[in-house]
Design a protein. Structure first.
Length: 307
């Protein structure tokens, strides 16, 4: 078999001219054909090696993936388990806090109802207390206080060393909510009076300030005082304590619980707001309030600290 060097077409050994392109084949020999066969065989071997190399590469990659896929699956399962534990843990703890808060609220309600049902006497006495004057060293009366008839709260009329006059209110079963005004009524005056209350900076107790103005904060959190004509005058409030037999304050209990501040990254519920309960009236006897309050600012002996 002869191969044409011009076009590569196969020709018979007896052919003198290429039957495809017509080139003279007299100068071509069988060697040319053999060389062509060798060239084709070499090309085929090279191609086979290339395919074999590619096959080996795929085989190596498959073995490598087979070795890696097991630890990847294990790590993925572990990650899923850890995430589930963390995710579930947050919600379980949040639910626990929620139930504990609900339980605490119910306990406070029961204590308030029980205390107001078990009032046995209206003769809770007023007591006087004082502090040493830094200049004279004498004991000066600064606080005149009394326990409410139900035993839940204490009201203390104060005349402080810096001249401030206020009346603090503290309760032993709950805190008083300072976000609402309180209502005041005397047994000798059937009018319902409204007064502003504020929260002490260093405690959870609240107080009735002598200047009856509302603290208001603008969008820049700058405070300014806003007068309200409907607020009951503080001096008249104290005068009522001196002349009436009983006073009643309508207060709103509030509860600050861990649930309110708990931050669950998987739950975007609103946080930071205290829970308020239904407001109720607490009653104080004023039987000896006048004598006690009038001693404020005056010297008292150690034996007369309590009336």
């Amino acid at each position: 078999m002869k191969y044409c060097n011009q076009c590569g077409t196969k020709n018979n050994l007896e052919a003198k001219f290429c039957h495809d392109c017509g080139v003279n084949l007299e100068n071509f020999s069988i060697k040319t054909s053999v060389n062509a066969n060798i060239k084709i065989a070499t090309t085929s071997a090279t191609t086979e090696k290339a395919f074999k190399a590619v096959g080996n590469s795929f085989s190596f990659t498959f073995i490598l993936l087979k070795k890696l896929i097991k630890p990847v699956i294990i790590l993925s399962v572990l990650a899923a388990i850890i995430f589930s534990l963390v995710f579930g843990g947050f919600f379980l703890y949040e639910e626990h806090l929620k139930k504990d808060k609900e339980k605490t609220i119910e306990e406070i309600k029961k204590k308030i109802i029980s205390a107001q049902k078990d009032i046995k006497t209206n003769d809770k006495k007023w007591v006087i207390d004082g502090i040493n004057d830094p200049a004279s060293g004498k004991k000066i009366a600064r606080y005149a206080s009394a326990l409410s008839n139900d035993g839940l709260c204490t009201m203390s009329v104060e005349r402080r060393i810096n001249g401030d006059e206020l009346t603090s209110i503290s309760c032993n079963k709950f805190r008083v909510y300072a976000g609402d005004d309180i209502s005041v009524m005397y047994d000798t005056d059937k009018k319902l009076h409204t007064m502003n209350i504020e929260k002490f900076n260093n405690s959870d107790d609240v107080y009735i300030p002598s200047p009856q103005v509302k603290k208001v904060y603008n969008s820049y959190y700058e405070r300014y005082d806003e007068n309200h004509s409907y607020y009951f005058n503080y001096k008249k409030f104290v005068e009522g304590l001196l002349t009436a037999n009983f006073i009643a304050l309508k207060i709103t209990p509030t509860l600050s619980h861990k649930y309110d501040d708990f931050e669950n990254p998987f739950n975007y519920r609103y946080r930071g707001e205290s829970t308020t309960l239904d407001p109720f009236w607490v009653r104080f006897t004023l039987k000896d309030a006048a004598v006690t309050i009038e001693r404020l600012g005056k010297e008292i002996s150690t034996s007369k600290i309590k009336n």
